[in-house]
Design a protein around this ligand. Structure first.
Ligand SMILES: N[C@@H](CCC(=O)N[C@@H](CS)C(=O)NCC(=O)O)C(=O)O
Length: 221
C-alpha cells in the first residue's frame, strides 16, 4: 500500500496543536505516512466558522487546565498552562508569528519544524511573548537560524505573497471542515478526512491501518 498523506494544520498559539505536532513527528518514522505541516491562522478559522476559543467558557476553562496538565505529562511535551493563560491568549496575536513561519515554509522549509517548536516553547513553556519582531528574532535564533536569514524572513512577512499564502492555507483548513486546531487531514480512499484534536491520533492510526503505540512510541529498530 502507498503512503498516506497526513496534513497537520496548526497555529503556535494552540497548545493542543503542539501535542499533536510532537506525536506526529514521532509517528512519522513508524507509520507509513507522509507528514506535511500546514501553518495556518487559528484566529481566521475561529472568525470564519463563528467558533470561539474554548477557554472563554468558564467551566470548560477549568477543565482545560486539568486536561492540559495530564496531557502534557502523558504526551511528554513541556506545555505549562496556568489560569491567566486564557487572558494571555486573548491578548496575544499569533498573526505575525504565523506569517513568519509561513515565509520560512516558502523559502527554507527545512527550518519549519524547529522554528514552530521554538515558538511553542517560548509561548507555552517559557511564558514569553511571541508577537513582537524582537520575540520572533529570539525564537529564530533559538531554532538555529542565522541573523541574516531571520532578518530577511522578517522583511518578507508584510508581502502579499506571504499574507496570501497564510490566508489560503487557513481557507483550506476550513474547506476541510476545521473549526479549531489541531486539524489533522488524512488523505485516504481518494478523499480528505478531518480529525480534530491531539486526542484523535489513535483513531487516525486505526482508520489508516496503523498501530497506535501510545504517545511516546519507541522508534523502529
Ligand atoms: N480535545 C482536543 C481539544 C483541542 C482544542 O481545544 N483546541 C483548541 C485550540 S488549542 C480549539 O481550537 N478548540 C476549538 C473547539 O474546541 O471548538 C485535543 O485534545 O486536542
Amino acid at each position: 500500500m502507498g503512503r498516506t498523506l497526513v496534513e497537520l494544520y496548526y497555529d503556535v498559539i494552540s497548545p493542543y496543536s503542539w501535542l499533536a505536532f510532537e506525536v506526529l513527528c514521532r509517528y512519522r518514522h513508524i507509520w507509513n505516512i507522509d507528514l506535511r505541516f500546514r501553518p495556518a491562522f487559528l484566529g481566521g478559522i475561529m472568525q470564519q466558522t463563528g467558533n470561539k476559543p474554548p477557554g472563554m467558557l468558564p467551566k470548560r476553562g477549568e477543565y482545560i487546565l486539568k486536561d492540559m496538565k495530564r496531557m502534557a505529562k502523558y504526551y511528554q511535551v513541556p506545555v505549562h498552562m496556568s489560569a491567566n493563560d486564557f487572558q494571555r491568549i486573548i491578548g496575544t496575536s499569533s498573526l505575525t508569528a504565523m506569517r513568519f513561519i509561513t515565509a520560512m515554509d516558502m523559502t527554507n522549509p527545512q527550518y519549519l519544524e524547529p522554528l514552530s517548536r521554538e515558538f511553542w516553547m517560548r509561548f507555552w513553556s517559557q511564558h514569553e511573548d511571541i508577537s513582537q519582531p524582537e520575540d520572533i528574532l529570539a525564537v529564530a535564533r533559538q531554532a538555529g537560524l542565522s541573523a541574516e536569514l531571520s532578518q530577511k524572513t522578517l522583511e518578507m512577512i508584510s508581502s502579499s505573497t506571504v499574507k496570501d499564502r497564510l490566508k489560503e492555507t487557513t481557507a483550506e483548513a476550513v474547506k476541510h471542515g476545521a473549526f479549531g486546531m489541531p486539524a489533522v487531514v488524512a488523505h485516504y480512499d481518494g478523499k480528505p478526512h478531518l480529525f480534530f484534536g491531539s486526542d484523535r491520533l489513535e483513531l487516525l492510526g486505526s482508520v489508516i491501518g496503523e498501530k497506535w503505540l501510545g504517545p511516546v512510541p519507541s522508534p523502529k529498530l
